[in-house]
Design a protein around this ligand. Structure first.
Ligand code: TXA
Ligand code: MG
Length: 326
């Protein structure tokens, strides 16, 4: 099936397909999602099989309103919940206790459910029209880079899928995931809603909700090691030298421009500067596209700067630490 430009007709058609138990791809402000209605177990099974996703990795459920969240989840820590829900619609996912009625495959058998209200206008109108919560992981094959435009989705799934085209995603990386299950909120996956923003919203220091140990992550199966990776081996620039890898057959991604780059650039087959001024939002917006483009060039390796762990940099570093896992 083709990539279809979003319009009121195509959104209605996509809503109809979803209500009939089909799986479709749609844009969100973070990355494209591979959606299926949560009341249809064969649609959920199809999502797992299309992606090649292990059945122990639960899905994020997308809704259009707080009312829909109350249909599928309990609300613990009500004060924190309301403070964080101020980020909706937007790139934030909350993990909450699931109502028993939610079919187990969506939540990979866990007693919890991840929910978010996306802000992309196409996603919101689709969710309003279908009016059933839609489970949607990122629309990529398992462990690969998330898609930030419609053609990325087609690269992974070809013509098997109805793909609603809503342009390039604003954020370019996946939503921030926060668990409200334990005694205190916990960031399971950093994102564009930064730890600094969450700290301000909750009036608590970052150290209180940052994950301190691997065991705190054990309930978020999708946060396993290798993930978000191009096929070409990816290295941080501070961990390889020209003796170890052949720069002339490699690509180099710079997060920002600078004087030292000019000398180094010529050693590489291909280079890309993501943001001259090192603007983190621009880097996030273009990171996966740059990695996909370099991945298509049959390079020996790709070398990238290590992001600084502040603001959106925490999310960039998180994704790149997984993508550089060998
Ligand atoms: O931005 C996004 O979140 C995108 C768009 C499409 O909304 N979706 C996305 O989904 O990134 P996915 O499936 O690629 O990532 C879901 C993440 C995984 O790390 C998964 O383990 C975690 O959310 N997750 C889902 N349900 C969970 C639960 N019940 N408890 C803990 N973690 C959960
Ligand atoms: Mg994903």
């Amino acid at each position: 099936m083709p990539i279809v430009p979003s319009s009121s007709e195509s959104v209605s058609h996509a809503a109809k397909l979803l209500s009939e138990g089909e799986v479709i791809a749609f844009p969100t402000e973070t990355v494209y999602g591979l959606g299926g209605a949560i009341n249809n177990s064969s649609a959920i099974e199809k999502i797992f099989s299309l992606k090649g996703r292990p059945s122990h990795n639960p899905l994020i459920v997308h809704v259009h309103s707080l009312g829909q969240i109350q249909d599928i989840a309990e609300i613990p820590h009500t004060k924190a919940f309301h403070q964080l829900s101020e980020f909706w619609p937007g790139p934030l996912t909350l993990v909450l206790p699931a109502k028993h009625s939610v079919i187990a495959s969506v939540r990979a058998g866990l007693p919890t459910i991840a929910v978010r209200i996306p802000s992309h206008p196409v996603a919101l109108s689709l969710l309003e029209e279908v009016d059933i919560p839609i489970a949607a992981p990122s629309a990529n094959k398992s462990d690969r880079l998330s898609p930030t435009n419609a053609s990325h989705v087609a690269e992974d799934f070809g013509d098997k899928l109805y793909i609603l085209d809503g342009g390039a995603c604003d954020c370019g990386i996946e939503s921030t995931v926060i668990s409200l299950i334990g005694p205190k909120p916990l960031i399971l996956r950093p994102g564009v809603i930064t730890a600094e923003m969450i700290s301000k919203a909750l009036s608590i220091p970052i150290s209180e909700f940052e994950v301190q140990s691997a065991s705190e992550l054990k309930h978020s199966p999708g946060t396993g090691n290798k993930h978000y990776a191009p096929k070409t081996p990816l290295y941080f620039s501070d961990e390889v030298s020209s003796e170890e890898i052949d720069f002339s057959k490699s690509g180099r991604i710079y997060l920002s421009s600078g004087k030292s780059i000019e000398k180094e650039k010529s050693q590489f087959q291909v280079t890309k500067i993501l943001s001259n001024k090192g603007d983190q939002a621009i880097i996030a917006h273009d990171l996966y596209t740059a990695l996909r483009e370099m991945d298509s060039l049959n390079l020996r390796s790709i070398v990238i700067d290590r992001p600084k762990p502040v603001g959106i940099g925490r999310a960039l570093l998180d994704r790149l630490l997984r993508a550089t896992q060998k």
